[in-house]
Ligand binder design. Structure first.
Ligand code: NDP
Length: 258
């Protein structure tokens, strides 16, 4: 167990989609590092449960219902956070969804749901939050959650691949635009972690054996642990001169051709 020594004390962080999985893990990590954390998602019960866990770290947790596919919901969330804390220092664009089927069978509704959740959602949250950071002259940190598909193709999940590829470019484009305001925009690209999103994969034993062989470190990521250091670092003053970067946290998977 390592300690971040309250690196993020007095900072306010929003994590989209923090009701479970990687978002929850990162929300708790930011809280352990001393940040007050805004817990968001569409499931009210889970919002309250995760908020309770965050409060146990000795910081404030603020549960706010959010649907990132709805621009009005995003603006309401940002307004509530500003009303409560008068500042936003960190935004983690984590909310995501996936549709697993051949490209020729993907419906327009499925395509739009995935793109609007991952890519349009991350853009609109970043836009609304950056406006607050710029107006209040806050040195901000925006962290987009990408994927191996921010660099590589994977078949059978075309809308997701397109959305996560877009996340890499959104990261670079916004980093350039907002550098003059001291807002750093970076991307964490996780490898394979066992969560609700990847349950269809991890419930197939043959696939698990195959993927563990493919990952140089021989194991999948742990949602409660393996993104913690990177998200805290990119949220902290220790990364003030890093912007526009995609950091793969994947046990070496993206460095391996076979
Ligand atoms: P989960 O399905 O476990 O969690 C997804 C989270 O996003 C939930 O908290 C969910 O909350 C929230 N969410 C989904 N849709 C919306 C929406 N419209 N508005 C607001 N919140 C929403 O997935 P993971 O934890 O695995 O994934 C988190 C992120 O990490 C995603 O962007 C995913 O693509 C990415 N990722 C995951 C990997 C993995 O191996 N698991 C690998 C690489 C990237 P609720 O349902 O309450 O709204």
């Amino acid at each position: 167990m390592y300690s971040y020594n309250k690196l993020l004390k007095d900072k306010v962080a929003i994590v989209t989609g923090s009701t479970r999985g990687l978002g929850k893990g990162m929300a708790v990590a930011l809280a352990e590092a001393g940040a007050d954390v805004v817990i968001t998602g569409r499931t009210e019960e889970a919002l309250n449960e995760v908020s309770q866990e965050v409060r146990e770290k000795g910081v404030e947790a603020f549960p706010v219902k959010l649907d990132v596919t709805d621009p009005v919901s995003i603006q309401n969330m940002v307004d509530k956070v500003v009303d409560k804390f008068s500042r936003i220092d960190i935004l983690v664009n984590n909310a995501g969804t996936i549709v697993r089927k051949p490209a020729v069978e993907v419906t327009l509704e499925e395509w739009e749901r995935v793109i609007n959740t991952i890519l349009r959602g991350a853009f609109l949250c970043s836009q609304k939050v950056a406006k607050v950071m710029i107006e209040k002259k806050i040195k901000g940190k925006i962290i987009n959650i990408g994927s191996e598909t921010s660099r590589f193709g994977i078949s059978g999940i075309i809308a997701y691949v397109a959305a996560k590829g877009g996340i890499a470019q959104l990261t670079r484009g916004l980093a350039l635009e907002w550098a003059e305001y001291n807002i750093c925009v970076n991307c964490i690209a996780p490898g394979y972690f066992k969560t609700a999103q990847t349950m269809p994969l991890f419930s197939d034993e043959e696939w698990v054996k195959w993927v563990r062989k493919r990952i140089p470190m021989g194991r999948e990521g742990n949602a409660d642990k393996d993104l913690n250091g990177t998200v805290v670092f990119l949220s902290s003053d220790a990364s003030d001169y890093i912007t526009g970067q995609i950091i793969f946290v994947d046990g070496g998977l993206s460095s391996s051709l076979f």
